[in-house]
Design a protein around this ligand. Structure first.
Ligand SMILES: Nc1ncnc2c1ncn2[C@@H]1O[C@H](COP(=O)(O)OP(=O)(O)OP(=O)(O)O)[C@@H](O)[C@H]1O
Ligand SMILES: [Mg+2]
Length: 252
């Protein structure tokens, strides 16, 4: 189980997360939506302590990290239980696709190189890149780079996968292949939190949606509940604007 208790994060005077609480079950696919600047990325970054909250605790499986008293060892353990896929792929540019996927397996999981290479080949094949393993990021399309990043995350067998706008840096024609790869990871039963502006996609793959606003969760329910019957005025306004920019089919 994954539990966020009383999580608060501010930047200077700007309170981004305000005593936020959230429990996620194993196998859940949680879609996070909300206007720009409402703390979606900050929430994901706090989940693996890329960003340190001022208050609150985060539990992933058998590791709990409390902002007020935690050891660096606990932070490292928390990081090992999560894997994040970023908007801009975050690959090592001097390493091939295969080496990128191997990196964490060798450095963090301490696997022998041969074994790491075997797992990396399998994961890359699963995301459709069997013929691109020896390519460098600069020789790959954006969609291919993001699929390498997803293979790298999946290779670590994390208890929690975090996706932060995984398709928003891609040309429109490359979005589909990445969404398909994420869908596969969903079908394999991975627990994940995904932030995306792809409303139709997030609605289809998530079993639960939350909307952030004012540092808190203002909507929480099934996609049907949140998209079709939002309760708060903020959410209704969000969907109204979304409908104008993305087309009406997402909000019926
Ligand atoms: N490193 C930082 N230093 C100072 N302020 C920050 C930092 N990171 C984020 N913020 C602020 O925190 C708030 C939340 O930012 P965050 O990136 O989490 O929003 P978001 O919901 O992911 O937005 P978007 O949809 O545009 O990606 C914003 O007001 C932002 O300016
Ligand atoms: Mg963001």
């Amino acid at each position: 189980m994954i539990e966020i208790k009383n999580l608060s994060k501010r930047f200077g005077q700007n309170v981004v997360l305000d005593h936020l609480n959230l429990t996620i079950q194993k196998g859940d696919v949680l879609g996070v939506i909300g206007s720009s600047g409402t703390g979606k990325s900050t929430l994901l970054r706090c989940m693996n302590y890329l960003e340190k909250p001022e208050e609150g605790s985060i539990t992933v499986g058998d590791v709990t990290v409390d902002a007020r008293h935690h050891s660096s060892r606990d932070c490292i353990r928390l990081r090992q239980k999560t894997a994040m896929v970023f908007q801009n792929f975050g690959l090592f540019h001097r390493k091939t696709a295969l080496e990128n996927v191997m990196e964490g397996l060798v450095i963090v999981r301490k696997l022998p190189k041969e074994e790491a290479a075997g797992i990396a080949r399998e994961e890359l094949a699963k995301v459709g890149l069997a013929d691109r393993m020896d390519y460098y990021p600069s020789q790959l399309s954006g969609g291919q780079q993001q699929r390498v990043a997803i293979a790298r995350a999946l290779a670590m067998q994390p208890e929690l996968l975090l996706f932060d706008e995984p398709t928003s840096a891609l040309d429109p024609e490359l979005v589909g292949e990445v969404l398909e790869t994420i869908k596969k990871a969903v079908d394999e039963g991975n627990t994940m939190i995904i932030v995306s502006h792809e409303m139709e996609f997030i609605r289809r793959i998530s079993n639960r949606i939350i909307m952030l606003d004012g540092g808190a969760v203002i909507e929480d329910g099934t996609p049907e509940q949140v998209f079709n019957h939002p309760t708060s005025n903020r959410a209704k306004e969000f969907f109204r604007r979304m409908m104008i920019s993305q087309g009406a089919e997402y909000y019926i």
